[in-house]
Write a protein that binds this ligand. Sequence first.
Ligand code: FAD
Length: 367
Amino acid sequence: MRVIVVGAGVIGSAVALELLQRSVEVILIDSDAEGGHTSAASAGMVNPFSLTPADTPALPFYLASLQMYPDWSNTLQAISHIDIEWRQGGCVRVALSESDAQQLTASLEWIRRYEPQARRLDTRDALEWEPILNPEIHAAIYLPSEGWVNTTRLMRALHQSVKLMGVNFYKGVPALSIVCAGGRARGVRIVGDSLEGDAVVIASGAWADALTQPLGIHTPVVPVRGLILRLGDLPAPIQRILSSPVGYVTPRADGTALLGATREQAGYDLRAAAEGYAHLLHALARIAPTLLHATIQGHTVGLRPDTPDHNPYIGSVQGVEGLYLATGHAYHGILMAPATAHAIADIVLNSATQLPIEPFHPNRFTR
Ligand SMILES: Cc1cc2nc3c(=O)[nH]c(=O)nc-3n(C[C@H](O)[C@H](O)[C@H](O)COP(=O)(O)OP(=O)(O)OC[C@H]3O[C@@H](n4cnc5c(N)ncnc54)[C@H](O)[C@@H]3O)c2cc1C
């Protein structure tokens, strides 16, 4: 069996790797020279709770993916010899006002249904753990299971792994359209040629609708631009994710930290706006004001593939046999990558998966 995966971001690359590990022949194709720009630009938090506004139906899938991370990280290390710096260091989520504090208390109630170890932190303890936190925080909770990876390394490890596992990688080659015949996906059209396959997985992030529209299938995905600043020369190291309603700071193994992230409606424009810097620095002043003495070592910008309910599309496309969607992972693509890869490989090979993908039906907005 030969599967064509369109898009070599974290999702497409993870899907390709999982299929290769199950002895499937894979063609991976990306219009970029490297692929996965958004994925590499992300903060890399593996955080089912801290940025989740309420008890979302996606949580069982988030948790399944979180559980896969230790093994997934080891597999990537074993194949590629690249350490993705997976750390399960936990997250301190803080409230910056009284109304935030009330929301935090409400969140803790539903979070504890999934993570009994999550708990309220005395603000003194929070400040002892992370002295750079704003002493004026109103409340804090601790989410011990959350972690993070270094996304530059993750993308290098994924690309190196699929290469070593024998993928046929077309870089800098856009998929122009899906080739269909007799109600079945048969391959992908590229400039001057066609690639033939038994199945096609669309994992092209914020660009997915361009490939399904010509088939009469609307896949609502919009790009939401996100900016992150990399901070160096921190006055004190941070050990955990520091998360708040206005932004977050995530530690890096080399002692730097990432300050994120904006949520901007700017189409496919990948430039960093000065306004984004202003927004993030204002957030930093509220979360950890002493970090204003850090240095800005650079920034990354990416386009999150967002959907109307912020949940991804994972599964087979009704009406076109052999066509699968793995896109729309919005704010949690790094978290959901291992479980998405597992689910798609199950569905492509066995038509079903045990993973809880019910909320992610690809046709849920068009049925
Ligand atoms: C600032 C920021 C912070 C984030 N932080 C986190 C976080 O902490 N934790 C988390 O879980 N998630 C986070 N995310 C979200 C996460 O990065 C995304 O959900 C994830 O990267 C999406 O991966 P993807 O593979 O679907 O898309 P992408 O990485 O965008 O990959 C899609 C690929 O498809 C290719 N492509 C598009 N069209 C075609 C075509 N026609 N032919 C061939 N190739 C094509 C593109 O070139 C691209 O390489 C963050 C995102 C941003 C922007």
